[in-house]
Design a protein around this ligand. Sequence first.
Ligand SMILES: Cc1cc2nc3c(=O)[nH]c(=O)nc-3n(C[C@H](O)[C@H](O)[C@H](O)COP(=O)(O)OP(=O)(O)OC[C@H]3O[C@@H](n4cnc5c(N)ncnc54)[C@H](O)[C@@H]3O)c2cc1C
Length: 478
Amino acid sequence: MSEVLVIGAGPAGLAAARAASDAGASVVLLDASDALGGQFWRHLPETRPARNEKYLHHGWSTFRALGEALESSPTVTIIRSAQVWAIEVLDGVAVHAMIGEPDGARRERRVFRPDALVLATGAHDRTLPFPGWDLPGVFTGGAAQALAKGERLAVGERVLVAGAGPFLLPVAQSLTRSGSRVIGVLEANRAARLARGWSPRPWQLLGAAGKGLELAGYAAGHVRHRIPYRLGRAVIAAHGTDRVGSVTVAKVDAQWAPVPGTEHTLEVDAVCVSHGFTPRIELAIAAGCELTPNRFVAVDGNQRTTTDGVYAAGEITGIGGVDLALAEGEIAGHFAAASATESVSAPPTAAIRRRRVFTGFAHRIEAAHGIRSGWSGWLTDSTLICRCEEVDFGSMRAAAVATESESFRSLKLGTRAGLGICQGRMCGRTTEELLCALNPNRELSDGAVSDRRPLASPLRIGELAHPSSQNNARKGTP
Ligand SMILES: Cc1cc2nc3c(=O)[nH]c(=O)nc-3n(C[C@H](O)[C@H](O)[C@H](O)COP(=O)(O)OP(=O)(O)OC[C@H]3O[C@@H](n4cnc5c(N)ncnc54)[C@H](O)[C@@H]3O)c2cc1C
């Protein structure tokens, strides 16, 4: 039976696996996590179930239905704790995975050679640096969300949420539902930009009526818990010794540059900051897939990438939220199965329609909330940019100015920014943007980008030396 391999068991990957299986392919679904659901449906482990798991989730019944269909299908193999660390394209695609506990000493090395591949590796959240952002008690919005959904942990008692984008709203809701008092939500963008981003062709939003209801739910929560929502404001510094105790908040202009004289201090014991998402595209790059100018995986109407037999869905093709990820996943899985089995079947028209609606949504999010360049105005010389290697803004700027460098690679090697354990996942895009702003030509010339990671995750030399099993995994294997 022809095989479709899906990497990532978030909304996009689950929908892809289900569609590929429905279309008659044998499916292997891999995820680095020990649970299905990805970032959106992160939940408590089965050994510690919640009385009401859907409490912090939207679309929980969709997740349950997808999970149950896949678990019970005889032609679907789900492999959890499967970290894909490399992809090679030689004669077809070879997917290299380590299977087992990430910290375990004896992971099994396995190579898959599927007939078609769906990449659904999602995104990680992006937080711009500010003085004090490395203090305990400063969280990314995604981390706070993960702790609330995956552990039922509140990150603090008196919490401020700040940054940009609609994601700030579910973060604030999860915090209040986990027991925190949210003292405010600060959106960096001003009303005029939000209006310009969201208001064109409002009739196109009708297809996304569910989102309107979701928004109404967040608004009701804000009223009930008396959470002020302020526009054109940002957290520009966090203060504390062992832990954050207060933050400086300022008005920012349309480009997010702090407006002098508007600073004031708020007492908090935690702050959650999120400025959007960065797609996890290292595997797509390894597979030779072309990227769009704004660095997402380029796909055609069938979610097919520029590499033969490789499809992509979800946040790696554009940040559009769960509904877009589900629609794209269904389309990718359907056409990946058709390519693997060399069969033709009716296109998934409902999913294609939903994709059209929610692609428009993704464009609006970027237009209304995308990062503006003035934020570097809140950096000081001692602000850490790369936290793993402790490279501060002052030394990065000194290196960039002294060398007039236009090369991301040379700045990395000169300062070690982006060379630490996270391999630039947190600071890579930020370092690129700062370097661009600092060099005389305002551009990078060496073509090196922070998303290129030939090894997608840390590996032990011993694991690499161990022989791999070359097979297409079947039900019952780990
Ligand atoms: C931390 C975080 C929290 C979020 N919380 C919310 C929220 O509460 N509400 C909301 O509307 N949106 C949230 N989002 C946005 C959300 O990611 C999307 O709306 C949705 O989950 C996208 O689905 P996806 O399938 O594209 O990606 P994801 O859900 O991110 O799924 C990708 C999956 O791929 C797996 N993966 C990635 N790389 C590899 C690899 N190399 N090997 C094996 N597996 C791999 C990951 O483990 C993950 O399970 C969150 C995003 C982040 C980063």
